[in-house]
Ligand binder design. Structure first.
Ligand code: FAD
Length: 461
């Protein structure tokens, strides 16, 4: 008998390790509620993840089996369960997050001391980082190699007869969340994917940056699959296959739109690649600088940023979307991160930590990899990348629909004045929206200061 140890993969479909385990005999599905590790993610994502675990348990129960849930550290819990159920093998899917790798190592040591076999598989990514070079200076160089590796089809469903028949009353806690969460579990993920495949993917490239569109049709201009992908409620091969099926069926501009969606998944793959080869991605700059970056780390500025009160409408709308939904559209996500690290010169690690707490789609690799990219400490073809929050708003939300969705103080202000807000005179601003803040940093002054500080760090000044 074998144990399948569910980790960041609360699903039965397209699950590499689970399918492999059922091919070799009976399987006892187990989830270890590891309080220490789960304490490192935000309470919103934890609630969503636990709801996904409960859905998984229900699925096992409907198949006449169950998900055995126990709390504690896996290196203690798993050998105990194995001894009690006479299991001779533990199977699981690998993860590249250092804390999870440390768990794996401790589990391996504990199980091999008891003569229990252990088998781990690659499930998290479309292309195992081990198949690629260890370092790529830019995303496009990574992409060229990654694209050449054939992608696997979804793993076939496991043989459900292999799941042992049992029932157990224990489950995971059900902490409440301060925000509305998406429908959990595989079913929620598949529904979301189907809607996007039917209504959004063939216009994805055209619409993905349209912020007014994102307000009107939030589930079709972009997929909003990230909460599901980040907790592992759906397999990445299943998403790739669904997108590829459309890709093969359409032509011309529709095909280009679909291809862009598949391309975006490669950013996630690159972030896992970075983490795989650089386990301290969350703490150390990926790029080596000859001089220190002169971060200002002003606490009041950080507070204004976190509370959506910087006086930069797109930044504030993004941060308030984060507060209200645990999610930020990718365009403002880039702008808020750039604003923090460049205009305010606050260390990217502080921003990443805040996102970890607030996001329901927090992904250890994508969060830290993306913060590093935005902060110009990661991989990028540009030395110092700075997003101008005013021109970004003019380009992607000129009617200020997205901004007005999240900032009630600007409800009655004409769109062109919202776009130009940071450059209006203080008197005009006070007249137009007395409740909304004045900019906390000068638009051009902040830009030029960031440019100087980064060029000094790079030894270019
Ligand atoms: C500072 C910063 C922090 C981020 N933190 C996270 C995070 O914690 N978790 C997370 O999933 N994404 C993160 N991203 C990437 C991106 O913003 C989100 O993946 C995307 O907005 C999720 O919305 P969606 O599912 O509608 O995306 P879609 O546009 O529909 O894309 C589909 C999927 O592709 C992947 N993807 C798309 N763009 C990116 C990208 N740039 N980087 C990595 N994966 C991508 C995601 O899995 C996403 O769900 C971050 C980006 C920035 C700039």
């Amino acid at each position: 008998m074998q144990i399948f140890w569910h980790r960041r993969d609360p699903r039965i479909h397209d699950n590499a390790g689970l399918t492999a385990a059922t091919r070799s005999g009976n399987v006892l599905p187990v989830f270890v509620y590891d309080t220490e590790l789960l304490g490192t993610i935000g309470s919103r994502q934890r609630s969503f993840y636990f709801q996904c675990i409960r859905e998984l348990q229900d699925q096992y129960r409907s198949l006449g089996s169950d998900l055995l849930v126990r709390s504690g550290s896996p290196e203690e819990v798993l050998p105990n369960i194995a001894a009690k159920h006479n299991a001779d093998r533990v199977v699981y899917n690998e993860h590249y997050r250092p804390a999870r790798q440390n768990r794996e190592k401790a589990v391996k040591d504990a199980l091999s001391a008891e003569d229990i076999d252990i088998k781990s598989l690659t499930d998290l990514v479309l292309v195992s980082p081990s198949r690629l070079d260890s370092r790529y200076p830019t995303h496009s160089q990574f992409y060229d190699d990654w694209e050449d590796v054939p992608k696997l089809s979804p793993f076939s469903d496991p043989d459900t007869d292999a799941f042992i028949e049992f029932s157990d009353a224990k489950t995971v806690p059900s902490p409440s969340s301060d925000i509305e969460l998406p429908k959990p579990g595989y079913e929620g993920a598949r529904e979301r994917l189907d809607t996007f495949i039917d209504e959004g993917i063939t216009s994805y490239n055209d619409n993905r940056d349209d912020l007014a569109g994102a307000v009107e049709s939030p589930k079709t201009t972009v997929s909003r699959m990230s909460p599901y992908i980040s907790v592992g409620a759906i397999g990445i091969r299943e998403i790739w296959a669904a997108a590829s099926e459309v890709y093969n069926a359409v032509h011309g501009s529709e095909r280009r739109n679909v291809d862009k969606y598949r391309y975006e998944l490669s950013w996630r793959e690159q972030n896992y690649h970075l983490l795989y080869y650089m386990p301290d991605l969350a703490v150390s700059n990926y790029k080596t600088f000859p001089n220190d970056i002169d971060w200002r780390n002003d606490q009041e500025d950080f507070k204004a940023w976190a509370n959506g009160k910087t006086g930069y409408p797109l930044v504030d709308a993004g941060m308030r979307q984060l507060e209200q939904e645990g999610y930020i559209h990718n365009r403002p996500r880039q702008v808020v991160a750039s604003f923090l690290t460049k205009h305010l010169l606050i260390d990217w690690r502080k921003g990443a930590r805040y996102f970890t707490k607030q996001l329901i789609d927090h992904d250890y690799a994508s969060n830290h990899g993306s913060w590093q990219w935005i902060a110009s400490t990661g991989t990028d073809s540009v030395d110092v990348r700075i997003f101008d929050p005013v021109s970004q708003l003019a380009k992607y939300d000129s009617g200020a629909k997205y901004v007005k969705q999240y900032i009630p103080e600007l409800q009655d202000v004409p769109a062109d004045k919202i776009v130009d807000w940071p450059t209006l005179s203080p008197g005009e601003r006070s007249q137009l929206a007395p409740q909304y803040p004045h900019p906390i940093v000068d638009r051009n002054g902040g830009y030029e200061r960031a440019q100087r500080v980064f060029e000094e760090a790079l030894g270019k000044r």
